[in-house]
Every structure is written in structure tokens, then in C-alpha cells.
Design a protein. Structure first.
Length: 135
């Protein structure tokens, strides 16, 4: 066999290996029910349950935050996040969590939030800015 043929086959084999490993490590979207059935990492989309308690005490443990979320299929679950509470978390319209279920709670390692727009159809927020002019 020629050296160029061997090099080409090695490059193809490496490319296939990279594609397979990337596909195997990628997480998919699901619900809390899906997360209970599998131990794989999932993205769960839902809304914060504002009627239930949120626990974040930075003086006691700055890297623990827990809350309750309702997924898009209507199932509610306790979420535990190892990290600080995101700014304006209560104002979020939708939350995307990345993590997996453990002992009846969803352990998130990443939180993405969709926050409400400050520009609404009914109300426009006007901010007055004063410039200082030097003479």
C-alpha cells in the first residue's frame, strides 16, 4: 500500500472517532420525567414556581441555590444548583437547566434564563440622561 493511502485512512478514522465522541457526549432536551428514567445529562425547559421557596444564603453556603421549577409538560421538581444565584432570577420568563436527576431532585450544573424585555408594547421605559457641559 502507498503511504498516501495509509495516511488518508488514518485521517478518516480519526474524523469518524471525533464525530462519534462528540455525538455521545451531547445532551438532549427532555422533561423531569425523562431525567428520572435516564441517568444521562439533559436540558430541561420550564418556568420558576414563584409560590414555592427559593433557598440561597450566601453567608452560610454561597455555592448552594435551590428552587422549584415546572417543566413544559407540567411536572414540578426541586432543583439544586451548585453555584451562586443568577441576578434577576425571579424575573425570568423561562429557564433552561442542564443536569441530571439524583435522589428525587434535579441537580443542575448550568442555568440559562430568558428574561423579559424592557421594551413592551404597552409601556416604554424612558431614562433621562443629563450631560455635563464644560465651559
Amino acid at each position: 500500500m502507498k503511504k498516501s493511502s495509509i495516511v488518508g485512512m488514518v485521517i478518516i478514522a480519526i474524523t469518524i472517532g471525533v464525530i462519534i465522541s462528540t455525538y455521545a457526549d451531547s445532551s438532549t432536551y427532555g422533561s423531569f420525567t425523562d431525567a428520572q428514567e435516564t441517568q444521562k445529562e439533559l436540558h430541561v425547559v420550564g418556568k420558576l414556581n414563584k409560590k414555592k421557596e427559593m433557598v440561597y444564603n450566601p453567608q452560610q453556603d454561597a455555592n448552594y441555590f435551590s428552587f422549584y421549577m415546572v417543566d413544559n409538560k407540567g411536572k414540578e421538581c426541586k432543583v439544586e444548583f451548585t453555584g451562586t444565584k443568577p441576578q434577576d432570577f425571579e424575573r425570568s420568563e423561562q429557564i433552561v437547566l442542564t443536569g441530571q436527576m439524583d435522589n428525587g431532585a434535579f441537580h443542575a450544573n448550568k442555568i440559562l434564563m430568558k428574561c423579559p424585555s424592557k421594551y413592551t408594547k404597552d409601556k416604554i421605559e424612558i431614562t433621562e440622561v443629563k450631560a455635563q457641559i464644560k465651559s
